[in-house]
Design a protein around this ligand. Structure first.
Ligand code: SF4
Ligand code: MG
Length: 392
């Protein structure tokens, strides 16, 4: 399968009074069409900032200062090729190189995000059905007329989840019967019982798990190609968590959409993902298939992460902290060395002199950012077939 998203050298910084925070630092990422790609890491490792960078949701004092985020979409490439030839490479479009107006129009229709906190995606004074119908409407207008998307900065508009909505509500005035029916269909799709009745209820009448489902429905309103789910189940109890993951699984199979799943939970990764990137201190330190990362990892951080969990199932997949603190991401404290050096049991002189490059093992995708990676790959290749006594 082809790549749908390619992130290269992405750096997102926050300019604070304490100094420059390197929240995402020279990050590379490739996501294939139709896969579930996981990003796993401790809190503060830059997972959410990565997701928000892809969604173009970085607000001041944050800023994407370097790198490219490319999206593989033939229609978009055709739309921008003439005016912005430098942004287009085949069907890949560099989202940083096209006007903000066009980039924003992709939100909800090409990329949608499910946020950690569903309440933040709903207006408490409107029914869930009204809001879903309006989301459907916004997407319809945007895809019917992509070149003349309304100005997104009118003061009568506000941002809600993936959408910029109008405050000139009640939205009934603007929402067609068709959109309202679609809203009910979406509620049904995400497994809300009695969707016709529930559509007329307000967000506070929904339980946490139901509101999470409604938010997934909202994210699906524009039939996105890529769904980004940022800790989609953290706020939910274990049973509901499992149900929401099942739902994402089903939706992915039905629609074939690509999912970028962000979590601190290795159990969720093992259950949901095809490939995974392990994130630490603003960078992906190791990436590969589940097998590469769970069984054949070469980065000491991945080792620590997995080693801290004797049994994935028993531990509920929770990450136990590795000794030492997550480093400050302040630029002047990070220095020019491996970000993991302070906590790494294998650190040596070399690691303090410069940050290690990505080192791929020659397979498709497995790579790690560690000076020891090369030797580790060689050692694992040096083992003859049947070394462990298995007859093939
Ligand atoms: Fe540890 Fe050095 Fe590898 Fe960093 S580069 S993870 S400090 S061995
Ligand atoms: Mg986060």
């Amino acid at each position: 399968p082809e790549d749908i998203v390619r992130v290269t050298g992405l750096s997102t910084r926050y300019f604070t009074e304490q100094g420059q925070v390197n929240a995402v630092d020279d990050l590379d990422l490739r996501i294939e069409r139709g896969e579930v790609f996981g990003i796993v890491g401790e809190s503060g490792s830059g997972k959410s900032v990565t997701a928000r960078s892809i969604m173009d949701l970085i607000d001041s004092p944050g800023e994407i200062v370097d790198g490219t985020i490319e999206f593989n979409d033939a229609d978009l490439a055709d739309r921008v090729r003439e005016d912005h030839p430098e942004a287009v490479d085949g069907n890949f479009v560099d989202l940083q190189a096209i006007p903000e107006r066009i980039r924003r129009s992709l939100r909800g229709t090409s990329f949608s995000m499910i946020f950690q906190d569903p309440e933040s995606s709903f207006n408490p004074s409107l029914t869930v059905g009204e809001q879903l119908a309006e989301a459907v409407e916004v997407q319809r207008r945007a895809s019917a007329n992509p070149r003349s998307t309304r100005s997104r900065t009118e003061s009568s508009e506000y941002s809600l989840g993936n959408f910029v909505l109008s405050t000139v509500l009640p939205s009934q005035k603007y929402v067609t019967e068709e959109s309202r029916e679609r809203a009910v269909e979406l509620l049904e799709l995400v497994g809300i019982p009695d969707p016709v009745e529930r559509a007329d209820e307000y967000p506070h009448e929904y339980s946490g798990g139901m509101l999470q489902r409604a938010m997934i429905a909202q994210a699906l309103a524009g039939e996105p190609d890529v769904l980004i789910a940022d800790e989609p189940t953290t706020a939910l109890d274990v049973t509901i968590q499992a149900q929401v993951l099942d739902l994402l699984d089903e939706l992915q199979e039905e629609t074939g959409m690509t999912i970028l799943l962000i979590t601190h939970n290795l159990g969720v990764i093992a259950r949901m993902c095809d490939r995974v990137g392990v994130m630490y201190a603003g960078e992906i330190v190791e990436r590969g298939t589940l097998e590469d990362v769970f069984d054949d990892h070469v980065h000491p951080y991945t080792e620590g992460l997995l080693g801290s969990i004797p049994d994935l199932e028993d531990a509920g997949g929770r990450l136990e902290p590795i000794p030492g603190n997550v480093p400050s991401l302040l630029d002047h404290e990070m220095g020019d060395r491996c970000h993991f050096a302070d906590r790494c049991p294998k650190a040596m002189e070399d690691c303090l002199e410069h940050p290690p490059e990505y080192d791929a093992d020659g397979s498709e995708y497995h790579a790690a950012r560690c000076v020891l990676a090369e030797t580790a790959y060689q050692e694992s290749r040096a083992l003859p077939d049947g070394y462990f006594g298995e007859d093939e």
